[in-house]
Design a binder for this molecule. Structure first.
Ligand SMILES: [Zn+2]
Length: 273
C-alpha cells in the first residue's frame, strides 16, 4: 500500500480507495488497514487470537554453521578434497588424468616444466607472490603433476636400486601418488640451499612461512614431521597439497594437521600388501 508509507496522505488515499470499493474494482483492492507493516496514525489494532496461536520457534543461541565435511568427495579423484594415501589409491589410477591441467605462469620458477590443475596453479601463484612480499625469498615449483607412466618409471627405478622396501620409503607406488591429482607441489626456494632429501627446508625462512601461511591460499603441509604413522610418509616440508581455502582454513583453525584425521579415516602407515 502506497498509502501506508506517506503518513499524512493516508486519509486522502483511503478516501480514494473507498471510492474504488464502491465500484467494480473493489474486490481487487486490499483494505487500507490490512497491511501489517503500515505505520499509521490510526490506533493500532491488537493482534487477533489467530496471530498469536503459532508457537514461537525455540530461541537457541546463535551458533556458527558446522563445517560441512561432505561438501566435496574424498573418493572422487577429480575432487579437490580427494584423500590419496597408501591405503587409498586413486580410483582407476592407471587411466586417471586430472581436469584443467595448466602450465604455471611464466613468472614462477618451474625449472622442470611441471603442470598443476588451474585452481591449484592460481593459488600457488598467489602464494609465491605473498612469500616474496612477506619473506623476501623466491620460491621454486620443483615438482607438480606426475602422470601414471612417470610414476611407474620412478617407482621401478627405486625398486631396481633399493628393493620394494627401500622403494616404498622413497617413492609412491603408481596410482598412489598425490602428485597424480594435479593438486600437489613440491616447493623449494632459491636461497636456502635445501633440497628434497632432508628436512632442511622446514627451518628455512620460506619453509617456516609456508607451514604457517599456506592455508591462506588453500594449501596444507601434507606430511608433517610427527604424522608419519598417519600419513605413511616421512616429514616433507616441501610437499604442499591444494584443498581449497575453506578446508585448509578449517584445518588450521581446528589444529587438525592431516586429511586422514580430519575426515576420520584410518591411518595409512603402509600399503595393504
Ligand atoms: Zn611431493
Amino acid at each position: 500500500m502506497i498509502a501506508a508509507f506517506v503518513g499524512g496522505t493516508v486519509i486522502a488515499l483511503n478516501a480514494v480507495a473507498h471510492q474504488f470499493q464502491a465500484g467494480a474494482a473493489a474486490a481487487a483492492l486490499p483494505a487500507p488497514t490490512e497491511s501489517p507493516s503500515a505505520p499509521s496514525s490510526t490506533p493500532s489494532v491488537p493482534p487477533s487470537p489467530s496471530d498469536t496461536a503459532v508457537p514461537a520457534a525455540p530461541t537457541a543461541p546463535p551458533v556458527p554453521p558446522a563445517f560441512d565435511k561432505t561438501a566435496h568427495s574424498i573418493d572422487d579423484p577429480n575432487s579437490i578434497w580427494v584423500v590419496v594415501n597408501k591405503q587409498r589409491p586413486l580410483a582407476d589410477g592407471a587411466n586417471f588424468v586430472p581436469p584443467n591441467l595448466v602450465d604455471l605462469p611464466r613468472d614462477m620458477p618451474d625449472p622442470l616444466g611441471y603442470m598443476l590443475r588451474s585452481d591449484a596453479a592460481d593459488a600457488l601463484h598467489s602464494m609465491f607472490a605473498a612469500d616474496k612480499a612477506e619473506v623476501g625469498t623466491q620460491l621454486i615449483a620443483q615438482s607438480g603433476y606426475r602422470d601414471y607412466s612417470v610414476q611407474v618409471r620412478a617407482y621401478q627405478h627405486y625398486k631396481d636400486a633399493l628393493g620394494v622396501a627401500g622403494a616404498d620409503k622413497t617413492s609412491a607406488r603408481p596410482g598412489f601418488s598425490e602428485h597424480q591429482t594435479g593438486l600437489a607441489m613440491d616447493i623449494m626456494d632459491t636461497s636456502s640451499g635445501c633440497d628434497l632429501e632432508t628436512p632442511c627446508f622446514g627451518s628455512a625462512p620460506s619453509g617456516v612461512w609456508l607451514a604457517a601461511n599456506a592455508y591462506r591460499f588453500g594449501f596444507i603441509l601434507r606430511y608433517p614431521a610427527d604424522k608419519t604413522a598417519v600419513t605413511g610418509y616421512e616429514y616433507e616440508p616441501w610437499h604442499f597439497r591444494f584443498v581449497g581455502v575453506d578446508l585448509a582454513t578449517e584445518m588450521h583453525n581446528t589444529g587438525v594437521e592431516t586429511l586422514e584425521e580430519f575426515f576420520g579415516l584410518p591411518a595409512a602407515p603402509d600399503y595393504a600388501g
